[in-house]
Write a protein that binds this ligand. Structure first.
Ligand code: 6OG
Length: 153
């Protein structure tokens, strides 16, 4: 299974989301993240992807793990993935556009859920409420429908 990361920059009131310009989830808003490389620590991959995709550097000691989710896609097991989720309220630099993502700040009460992966509305509120996020989502073949999901409460 693919191991991937996802990381959000948070202030007390706002969240940085970035529109994916290419690849898996193109057109959707999401945190920054991507595939963990062979031999790479997952935390290091999260920091690397944030720097590559939105141009900011998170000090490793300020990276906070908030959960792990597993995604299963019907009849498409090659895109099943285990996603390690992080947040940080400390970073160096300003989020800026890359070839892959275009970042924007949103108020935490005004997250563009209609333009995000369907699972996000089930767990982003938990993350913003400082709750641990852990569970599984089962999607149809292209991710346009959730067939079932389990989340630790
Ligand atoms: P690349 O394939 O571009 O990494 N990702 C998801 N994020 C959310 N919120 N929901 C999902 O539900 C997701 N599936 C994948 C993980 C893909 C990026 O997209 C995230 C990675 O950060 C299905 O390397």
């Amino acid at each position: 299974m693919r191991i991937v990361t996802l990381c959000f920059l948070l202030t007390g009131t706002h969240i940085c989301l970035a529109k994916k310009k290419i690849g898996f989830g193109e057109g959707k808003y999401n945190g920054a993240g991507g595939k963990v490389e062979q031999g790479e620590e997952i935390d290091d991959a999260a920091i690397r992807e944030v720097e590559e995709e939105i141009g900011v550097r998170i000090p490793k000691e300020k990276l906070e793990k908030v959960g792990v989710l597993t995604f299963y896609f019907d009849k498409a097991s090659d895109i099943n993935q285990c996603m390690h989720i992080y947040k940080s309220s400390v970073w160096e630099g300003d989020p800026c556009e890359s070839d892959e993502m275009c970042p924007e700040w949103f108020h935490q009460n005004d997250i563009p859920l209609d333009n995000m992966w369907l699972d996000d509305k089930y767990w982003i509120p938990k993350m913003l409420n400082n709750e641990w996020v852990e569970g599984s989502f089962y999607f149809n073949v292209d991710g346009s429908e959730i067939l079932k999901y389990e989340l630790l409460s």
